[in-house]
Design a protein around this ligand. Sequence first.
Ligand SMILES: Cc1ncc(COP(=O)(O)O)c(C=O)c1O
Length: 373
Amino acid sequence: MNIDDFKIERYFSQYEFTAKYLLSSSDCDGYSVKYLLDHASSEELSAWENQKLGYTETKGSPELRRAISGHYQTMGTDNLLVLTPGEGNFCLMNVLLERGDEVICMSPMYQSLYQVAESIGCKLNFWKPEYQHNDWYYNPEQLKAMVNKKTKLIIVNFPHNPTGYMPSSTDWDQIIAIARVNNLYLFSDEMYRYLGTNPNYKLTPACELYENAISLWGMSKTFGLAGLRIGWLASKNKAVLAKVEAFKDYLSICNSGPSEILSTIALNHSDKFITPNNEKIAGNIKHFQDFHQRNPDLIEFSVPRGGSTAFVRLNIPKSTMEYAEILVKNTGIMLLPAETFDYGTDFVRIGFGRSNLAEILKVWEKYLHSGSN
Ligand SMILES: Cc1ncc(COP(=O)(O)O)c(C=O)c1O
């Protein structure tokens, strides 16, 4: 298989465990095993202690699928397939797509969501946002105009990484209708579901609204438990899920049992994980607004509608890649530049899920005023 490098992940692999300050992470700080187990009931603790370390069910344990199902209106345990988030994407593209198919995907977007389709030999058509002063808009009318006879799949991601964009419910209904009228599959990456501070932007998962939609969600972002490596596909289309399950036999085969139990506990006590994450995101957005007010000429920023990130324009004479490289060398601050999203040279992603954001902004500001940039 011939596949281009996954630029975001390659860039993170250079700095994620060496740079002193991470200002672009999309996840929230990871919770500890102790924090998680402190919220477990006595039955859940007993299940954890007695968990056998053998192979597990390919679909995901019944207990885990029951806990996941509780977070949907119409997804029963047999509408769910548990796997790692990236594996979900990889398997799904492989079972749905063939060389020559056309795929509509958002730009910018988390690269694996379109790169796998391209490596299969599909033609990608990018749905681009309208942009004004850091306000992003994905216009469903444009999406509608992009569909043609060869289109097989639409791929969307809301809350959106990196812009934090969320459609209104009217626009969301229109996106779903475009898929339905044209009989297209809709892959909806909902990894950031429930994250965000604006109560006006909450979406019903695509899998609840359309029979050929497949939603992806997991423990990594919403729950602050990325290290569990647990995600799932949810769909009314059981035939597609069955094909993905068979494809998974060539990858992980089954999930890690300890991760399944820990995920089940977190899903059964979800508020204990999601509420602190959203409080942290809200506090950090406030810090970033203050930073923006103090440095209005450096950046264009407006509060994202959802998720844990913003894509912020830097008004600098250098490319964002050049600037990010200089900044990390001089201050230890890692910024993720637009180049890693194949989206020009003017934006950086800011992540609001880490508790040291205010401290990092102080270091950045000191550097800005030192005259050495
Ligand atoms: C939109 C999106 N989908 C999927 C993933 C994959 O999640 P994970 O890193 O837990 O595999 C990410 C991770 O950043 C993401 O941003």
